[in-house]
Ligand binder design. Structure first.
Ligand code: MSP
Length: 502
């Protein structure tokens, strides 16, 4: 059975989940669900990034311990993902012992291979922040947060010899031309490497909220070098080497463009230094912008997924995250845009197809659905929709996959309008048109189930099918002719009630 390993970034626990986090997570979820439909053995990982100064500071501000801060906030992420039907197999927290073991083992291997050296780090330090600042970040030479003078400080640090990995990275990129997608992001990563790489400081002594350095316990690892390793931890790196062998390096990392450097330069280099292979796929997406700007705590423009779920439902929310932007470029989020797309695609197109079919089956066929015709003009449309959706999900382009699926929905509506079964006398002609439309609904319930699982389960039940679309297997389930006929079709309330904004 093919294996499919997909990850989201692990989210910082300094702050609550917002729709930017949900964007990556829902895409990863839909891709994971599509691969389960295809019969793959799927391992979908998400989690929380719990160490470092940012989390320590948030805890201080809340008057609680960093562990308490992490416990509370990771729970909020778990809750948000439960609400959004995120189907992750594992949820990793970097404070877990299994992760500490993996971080220490992997970085010890890098150390033993001679790629970590001791040195001094010199920088401009704000004592109030307990952080270094680059000259460019200062405001009139002072700390940008406290407005106080910074000090030139020296700290003993361990450095990762990143500079040695320029050529190995370039060789690896050349051998795996499709590893970083889209191409524009691959070129960006290549550009960073070609500019030249400096060694990087990977430990801290000014902070204790981190994973202790095994060969020198007065240091902890800098949070990023602990965080990246989560992907190896969860695959069994320290505790189950056999399992790790099975899942690594064929991983699919989904990330936002803000963390490209870490995932496409530092992480592959660190793995090479440990004697392991870099990740096989990194899929880099743009930002969801609000009013043209990145969401941030300070701008007060963060939107919680739950607020939108209240208006649009779980599937309305998921559909928008998946359908509105192409994966890659930035996209603007707007409430009005979300209402418009929900009404057009879900309430009108899909919702209407079901309610029209169910209404006419009720009136003309005694509520019993007919089987489709083998030579229906919609059969070819369905085959094309499946082929296009399959290719697009494989390229992590959910918007394209859904566009292809909705072409089938639109064609089925057009077919109904052309034949107007609601005007005809009951009989074989009406049965044929309705049977074909029911077959489209069955196929759409399978193809769209990766995106809108609850609605598809309900759709499946309404057209009288046993079991669940989630348990179907592709490609067989997309083949024309699966709807049995002779089963009860239920009208019920609208699947996606229209949203009116007054
Ligand atoms: N903890 C690090 C990641 C470590 S991974 C080993 C981190 N966390 S984060 O909480 O800041 O989340 C960053 C990720 O959230 C981004 O890379 C992106 O996937 C997602 N998003 C956060 N804001 C976003 C938008 N406004 N739009 C789209 N995705 C964004 O960085």
């Amino acid at each position: 059975m093919p294996r499919f390993y997909v990850t989201t970034p692990i989210y910082y626990v300094n702050d609550a989940p917002h729709i930017g986090h949900a964007y990556t997570t829902v895409i990863a979820d839909a891709v994971a669900r599509w691969h389960r439909l295809a019969g793959d053995d799927v391992f979908f990982l998400t989690g929380t990034d719990e160490h470092g100064l940012k989390v320590q500071r948030a805890a201080d501000a809340n008057g609680i311990s960093p562990k308490e801060q992490a416990d509370r906030t990771s729970e909020r992420f778990k809750e948000a993902w439960r609400q959004l039907r995120v189907s992750n197999e594992d949820f990793i927290r970097t404070t877990e012992p299994r992760h500490h073991r993996a971080v220490q083992q992997l970085l010890q291997a890098v150390y033993d291979n001679g790629h970590i050296t001791k040195g001094t780090y010199e920088g401009l330090y704000c004592v109030a922040c307990e952080a270094y600042y680059a000259e460019a970040d200062l405001v009139d030479g002072n700390c940008p947060i406290h407005g106080r003078p910074v000090e030139l400080l020296e700290e003993e640090n361990y450095f990762f010899a990143l500079s040695r990995f320029e050529q190995p990275l370039l060789d690896w990129f050349a051998a795996h031309p499709d590893a970083i997608q889209p191409d524009a992001k691959r070129n960006e990563a290549l550009g960073l490497i070609r500019q030249g790489l400096d060694d990087v400081s990977i430990t801290r002594t000014s902070l204790s909220w981190g994973v202790p350095v095994p060969w020198d316990e007065s240091h902890v690892f800098y949070v990023w070098y602990d965080a990246l390793i989560n992907y190896a931890t969860a695959a069994g790196y320290a505790d189950d080497p056999e399992r790790f062998e099975q899942w690594w390096p064929a991983v699919n990392h989904l990330i936002g463009k803000d963390i490209l450097r870490f995932h496409c330069v530092y992480w592959p280099a660190l793995l090479l230094a440990a004697g392991l292979e870099p990740p096989r796929h990194v899929w880099v997406h743009g930002f969801l912008l609000v009013g043209g700007e990145k969401m941030s705590k300070t701008r007060l423009n963060q939107i919680a997924p739950a607020d939108l779920v209240a208006d649009f439902g779980v599937d309305g929310f998921r559909y928008h995250m998946l359908r509105d932007n192409a994966f890659g470029p930035d996209g603007d989020f707007s409430y009005e845009g979300m209402v418009a797309r929900y009404n057009a695609d879900l309430a009108n197109n899909l919702g209407n197809l079901l309610s029209r079919v169910a209404t006419v089956v009720d009136r003309k066929c005694g509520g019993v659905g007919a089987a489709p015709q083998p030579d229906s003009p919609l059969a070819g449309v369905a085959a094309e929709a499946y082929a296009a959706a399959e290719a697009a999900w494989g390229r992590v382009q959910p918007a394209e996959a859904l566009e292809a699926t909705w072409r089938l929905v639109r064609e089925a509506n057009a077919h109904l309008e052309a034949n107007e079964p609601w005007k005809a006398e009951p009989g074989p002609a009406v049965d044929a048109v309705l049977g074909d439309a029911l077959e489209v609904l069955r196929i759409v319930a399978v193809l769209a189930s990766a995106a809108i699982p609850d609605a598809c389960e309900e759709l499946w039940r309404r057209i009288g099918l046993p079991g669940s679309p989630l348990d179907q297997r592709l490609p067989a389930a997309a083949a024309w002719g699966g709807y049995p006929g002779g089963v009860p079709v239920e009208k019920g309330a609208p699947l996606f009630p229209r949203i009116t904004t007054a």
